[in-house]
Every structure is written in C-alpha cells, then in structure tokens.
Design a protein around this ligand. Sequence first.
Ligand code: NAD
Length: 306
Amino acid sequence: MKILVATEKPFAAAAVNGIREICQAAGHEVALLEKYSSKEQLLEAVADADALIVRSDKVTQEVIDAAKRLKIVVRAGAGYDNIALDACTEHGITAMNTPGQNSNAVAELAVAMMIYMSRNCFTPGTGSEISGKRLGIQAYGNVGRLVAAKAKALGMEVTAFDPFVPAEKMREDGVTPAETVEEMYAGCNFISLHIPATPETRGSIGYDLLSRMPQGGCLVNTARKEVINEAELEKALTDRTDLKYVTDIAADCQAELNEKFGKRVFATPKKMGAETAEANVNAGLAAARQIVDFFATGCTRFKVNK
Ligand code: NAD
C-alpha cells in the first residue's frame, strides 16, 4: 500500500524516519509531501495514495474526492476538525486521530499559561501564585486529566466538568466533580478549556459563564478558538476589568483584544500546544502503527467517523 505523509508543517526528522521504518517493515511504501504551498499539490499527491497521514492539514471534500484509492486518513494529533468526516464516510474511508499522543505537551502549556498570566506576562510587578488557587477543568479527557494531575502537584484545588466521564473517576484522581459548568465557573480562579469543537460546543463559552468567575478570574484556552463566542468574550473583558484570557489559538479579533486589554490577554503567535519534539514523534509513530494495524487486521480502534 502507498502511505502518503502530507504535512504543510513537516514532522521532525525523527518522526519521519520512524514512520518510514514502521510502514516499510510491514511492506508498505511511504511518500512524502512536505511544506506544500498549494492545494493542487496535495490533490495530485493523494490521487494514488491508499493511506494518508496529516497534521493540521485540511482534508476537505475536494481532497477526499481526488483520493480515489484512499482507505484511511489519520490525523496525527487529537483534534480532527480539519478532516471532512462526512466526505470520508461517503467514500467508505476510515478517519482516525491519535488521541493522547500530544496530551502532555498541551497540558504543560496550559500550566505554563496560568503561571505566565499570574506573573504579569513575565514583566516587573507583583504577581500571584497558582498554588492554593482553584482550577476548573472543562472536559476531563486526555489533556484535561493531565492538567489536573500537574495542577494538583503544584498545590491547586481541582474541579472538573465533563458529562461523559463518571464522577467516580474524577474522585479517584482527587478531583472534585462539578455538578454544572456554571457552578464550576463561579467557583474557580482559573478555567482550563479542553472541550473539542463540536456543533454543541462551538461558541458555547461566552458572557454568561465568564461573568460568573470570581475576581481576577482567568480563562485558559488550549482547546479551539471556535468554542469561544468572541463578541461575548470581548464584552466580558470590557465589563469586568479584572478578568484575563490566555489562549494557544488566537481569536479572529486577537489584535483588537491585545490593543484593548493589554496584559490581561495573551495569545501564542502560532498554535504551539503540541509543538514539542516528544509529541511530534509520538503522534507520527502512532499514526503509522494505526495504519499498519488497519491494513493487517482491520483494526479501527481510533476511528472518528461513522
Ligand atoms: P479527548 O478526546 O481525550 O477529550 C475530550 C473530552 O471532552 C472528553 O472527555 C469528552 O467527554 C469531553 N467533552 C465533549 N463534549 C463536552 C462538553 N460539551 N462539555 C464537557 N466535556 C465535553 O481530547 P484531548 O486529547 O483531551 O484534547 C482536547 C481538545 O484539545 C481537542 O479536541 C483539541 O481541540 C485540543 N487540542 C489542542 C492542541 C493544541 O495544540 N493546542 C493539541 C491537542 C488537542
């Protein structure tokens, strides 16, 4: 089978070598399309690929239509909103992600962001400590669980809200389950977002929730910009001059937020949550192993489409 690795932003060399080794050992051929600059290059490259590995690359309906032999596409990473899932299903293509592989990298960034905002964006002046503060984790998945463990180790009190995770599981981890998301915002100095962008979560974080936060509350977003209602975020930051927002995924109106709110807001210049050497390699190798298993045994363990 021909496995195409199409990455506008390439994997580290160690990841590419590892992907090659895993695929070739199973008798597959690997083709590389890196740093491509036009959609046409991707459309041409996928034409004869049986499998596709991507990072944040957009696998649109058009790409799927052009990929006549494609059987599986794997997003090396957690979020898979860059893949046209319905188009995959329509063509009988299995779409997967590689959950958990970059979670630690993202969790470390979320913790770093809390400290950064608590210490005046590393500029002179009196800051505050995160130890002893209350942290609310919105979505107790792979990243959320790791943020909780790290925050506890740093002396924070941790609460989580996730309707799909049993409260018992949170209690076992020493995390207090929140009954409602509103209650969690009202009781926490920091909220760390780890919800996926779904039709239900898009635009769901807005004025009502933010204005419930206690004095000096800080929202940390390493999830997706789409889950924020930006107009309402701006209103909350305007009405409550104590609130802060830090994100790994700049808002569409980020320049305006930066200008209006100064050090109360911060966005990384480019999404960097998963940008560690370790995560890069882990996710790439996991994608390769999942493809090899899929062709060898039909394993669809991490399938995300219907
Ligand atoms: P995951 O699939 O392990 O966990 C997602 C959790 O969200 C699940 O526990 C699920 O039950 C919960 N959930 C779904 N809908 C919810 C809702 N309405 N309210 C509360 N909880 C809800 O995903 P993960 O690996 O923890 O990643 C979380 C998100 O972080 C990803 O979807 C992705 O958008 C983002 N992410 C960002 C980066 C980055 O570079 N900044 C990297 C990886 C992941």
